[in-house]
Design a protein around this ligand. Sequence first.
Ligand SMILES: Cc1cc2nc3c(=O)[nH]c(=O)nc-3n(C[C@H](O)[C@H](O)[C@H](O)COP(=O)(O)OP(=O)(O)OC[C@H]3O[C@@H](n4cnc5c(N)ncnc54)[C@H](O)[C@@H]3O)c2cc1C
Length: 382
Amino acid sequence: MPNHLWMNEDHTAFADTVSRFFAEEITPNKDAWTQAGTIPKSLWKKAGDMGILGATFPEEHGGLGLSRHFDAVTFLEQTKAGDSGWGVSVHNIAAHYITAFGTEEQKARWLPDLASGDKVAAIAMTEPGTGSDLQAVKTTAIKDGNEYLINGSKTFITNGGSADLIVLVAKTDPKAKGRGVSLIIVETEGLEGFSVGRRLKKMGMKRNDTAELSFEDVRVPLTNLLGTEEGQGFYQLMKQLPWERLILGFMALGASQCALDLTLDYVKERKAFGQRIMDFQNTRFKLAEAKTKIELLAAFCDQCLAELEEGKLTAEKAAMVKWWGTQTQCEVIDECLQLFGGYGYMSEYPISELYTDARVQKIYGGTNEIMKEVIARSMDVD
Ligand SMILES: Cc1cc2nc3c(=O)[nH]c(=O)nc-3n(C[C@H](O)[C@H](O)[C@H](O)COP(=O)(O)OP(=O)(O)OC[C@H]3O[C@@H](n4cnc5c(N)ncnc54)[C@H](O)[C@@H]3O)c2cc1C
């Protein structure tokens, strides 16, 4: 287990609470929720009551006002427990758009319910026709009197089927490119013209509620524009994406550690040719490589977290931790699964779920190819 130098007694106590939450509330229910393809809403309330959801939200808006280290603890504990199906990271990311760019009135209106788990949040950027190229979104939010009239559709939206509040990426000025993009908060309860389409079936992350969303002449008040000025959406996204990408780095770290722990237990028990699988030099080298990669990833995540807290985490460094972290996760889990032999391919062995869950990490949050573009662009300036 890597040693995070920033972890003090408060972080350790919080980690114990979060770890207990996963052990008691999620681990025993994994199979049932995997079958259902979603996680019950009651779980959010339990997490809210324990301070997990609002740990880093401002105290005056229902949070605990703690540093992002506490969120890092949550995402590490979630993935170390072998879960990535519960969309708590997306809930957190969506809420942090409000903490970062919301007016005081907007924060007071939305954050307390997100901290308590009374409401679940999603962020809807991707559309059937565009994912990587966000400037090409077609969903529109056009001013009409005191309201925005919203039309369009979104896909692959995490928490989409259960979200009460959606941070929607839409064009308020369809003729402009990036400058025409705004973030609109959509509250879904009883909302006319809003519908949730198919719950999408996936190769992994099967407990994760991933859905299509449709907006047909949906009306929301103008006060649901995040912030005060239209056309700021692209800027707001660029400002928040480093946090989203660092979260994926921490989740890659926790999942890799989980895979290594499971594998160590297995190779010490399983025998072939009269000896433990652990005793083959190949196994020892693979485990040594995995442990080294995990230590490196931990050090990189911790450095990025320190820079984020100082407001200095650059887009390119966040892109590095996202692509390298998730690539490392996929490599480590693949090598670990190999050491299980055929059992690693069986669904009842958690390593197989870690393997299928890991694959999407290289795709969402900006694909790893886009991450390399971001890094290359930072070197290709005059
Ligand atoms: C399980 C899951 C959950 C998700 N959750 C959310 C969510 O909550 N909210 C949300 O908004 N979205 C979500 N997404 C969508 C995800 O962010 C997109 O799938 C991702 O951004 C890629 O977009 P795309 O699928 O349209 O691929 P495309 O953009 O069509 O890309 C296809 C391929 O082309 C490559 N490519 C594209 N442009 C370039 C380029 N300039 N240079 C080099 N290669 C390029 C890509 O890297 C990729 O390999 C989720 C996706 C999944 C699978």
